[in-house]
Design a protein around this ligand. Structure first.
Ligand SMILES: Cc1ncc(COP(=O)(O)O)c(C=O)c1O
Length: 394
């Protein structure tokens, strides 16, 4: 078949119909699968037919038809050969790390990744003898300098949350290749609708499917994607043994969410850009952080890697924390919640929520000011969003 467009793959890829020929993807809520005889059971448990990418099913900790449809659709969208679904984005990062690292190994990680990712590397994995050096996302030379002979993994998110800093994926893939390490890119914020990191040389992709893949804030989910081979086999092996598995129900919800992924991402990005342009001109706003703006210092790089600037807009309100809280508390439409990736616009104050547990010095070093407000733009009319933010901006 001719190479299909992303929008077509979002709707069609991965469908595996049952003998009933249902049109909408089926939800297989079952823990296990029945064998015809003992010999078949033996083959399925030990043979390749129920392995990664196999078509036979054994037990839903590691094989389920609805989860397979989710994996196949996401793999098609990312241009990946293999996908392992996980219970959440964090369990995707954990599974990748447990599969690829051992005591004595070293990780280089962007210092602008999701807070729980920082905690995972700096506290939990550190207890198992894995050391992590955190570096600024955009400074390739600092990544290079941080590499050691025992560096096995480089980890980043781009653009970063909440400040929209952009990492050069191709340049960091070259750093990883020279070090004999793998480059892992968390693509939750762009999704394959806007950015396909494998095309720039990333080895593995992480998703929090909880975000834009679902798109409606309903369920948790995650995934790891990459080439077929030892790394993905090891991730699958960890999932089969340790069990941070995606529930078939959640897989089904996200699978259906992915049908509208591309049009949502484009529509939400368009609204985000319009809102960012308006905020940039607002007298009460000191600075806007959005890679889609021409004024963003890494706009050219962002536009080489991404189709749009994405749907996350952050801005510094003049007047610090009090002024930022006033903007948040004056909203009547926008939801005050930490989640993002929803069609309902959300607003949050990073300094006292997502970054509230780190020291004021670490916060300042990360560029998270007291006046910073993050808006994850959804699908409401921009005029209504502007009116909602104007109330508190004065
Ligand atoms: C970029 C990014 N990666 C990973 C995660 C973790 O995903 P989950 O909440 O699905 O575990 C999040 C969650 O907010 C995120 O924003």
């Amino acid at each position: 078949m001719a190479k299909l467009d992303l929008s077509t793959l979002g709707v069609r890829a991965g469908i595996a119909r049952s003998r009933f020929n249902e049109h909408s993807e089926a939800l297989y809520l079952t823990s296990s699968f029945v064998f015809e005889n003992a010999a078949q059971a033996a083959e399925r448990f030990t043979g390749g037919s129920a392995g990664l990418g196999g078509s036979a099913f054994v037990y839903s900790r590691f094989t389920n038809p609805t989860v397979s449809m989710f994996q196949d659709r996401l793999a098609a969208l990312e241009g990946a050969e293999a996908c392992v679904a996980t219970a959440s984005g964090m369990s995707a990062i954990l599974a990748t790390s447990m599969a690829l690292l051992k005591a004595g190994d070293h990780v280089v990680c962007s210092n602008a990744v999701f807070g729980a990712t920082v905690q995972l590397y700096s506290t939990i994995l550190a207890r198992f003898g894995i050391e992590t050096t955190f570096v600024p996302p955009a400074k390739v030379e600092e990544w290079q300098r941080a590499v050691r002979p025992n560096t096995k993994l480089l980890f980043l998110e781009t653009p970063s949350n909440p400040l929209g800093e952009v990492s050069d994926i191709a340049a960091l893939a070259a750093v990883a290749r020279r070090a004999g390490a793998v480059l892992v890119v968390d693509n939750a914020l762009c999704t394959p609708a806007l950015q396909r990191p494998l095309e720039f040389g990333a080895d593995l992709i992480i998703h929090s499917a909880t975000k834009y893949l679902d798109g409606q804030g309903r369920v948790l989910g995650g995934a790891v994607l990459g080439k077929k081979g030892p790394a993905m086999d090891a991730v699958f092996g960890f999932l089969r043994t340790a069990g941070p598995s995606l529930s078939p129900f959640n897989a089904w919800v996200i699978l259906k969410g992915m049908e509208t992924l591309e049009i949502r991402m484009l529509a939400q990005s368009e609204r985000a850009l319009e809102l960012a342009r308006w905020l940039e001109k607002h007298p009460k706003v000191a600075r806007v952080y959005y890679a889609g703006l021409e004024s963003h210092p890494q706009h050219a790089l962002a536009m080489r890697q991404q189709r749009t600037g994405g749907a996350l807009v952050s801005f510094d309100v003049k007047g610090g924390r009090e002024a930022a809280w006033k903007v948040i508390d004056s909203t009547r439409l926008i939801s005050i919640t930490g989640n993002l990736g929803d069609v309902k616009t959300t607003i949050t104050h990073p300094a006292t929520t997502t970054h509230g547990r780190i020291t004021p010095e670490a916060r300042a070093a990360a560029g998270i000011t007291d006046g910073l407000v993050r808006v994850a733009v959804g699908l409401e009319a921009v005029a209504d969003l502007k009116a909602d933010l104007s109330r508190g901006l004065g």
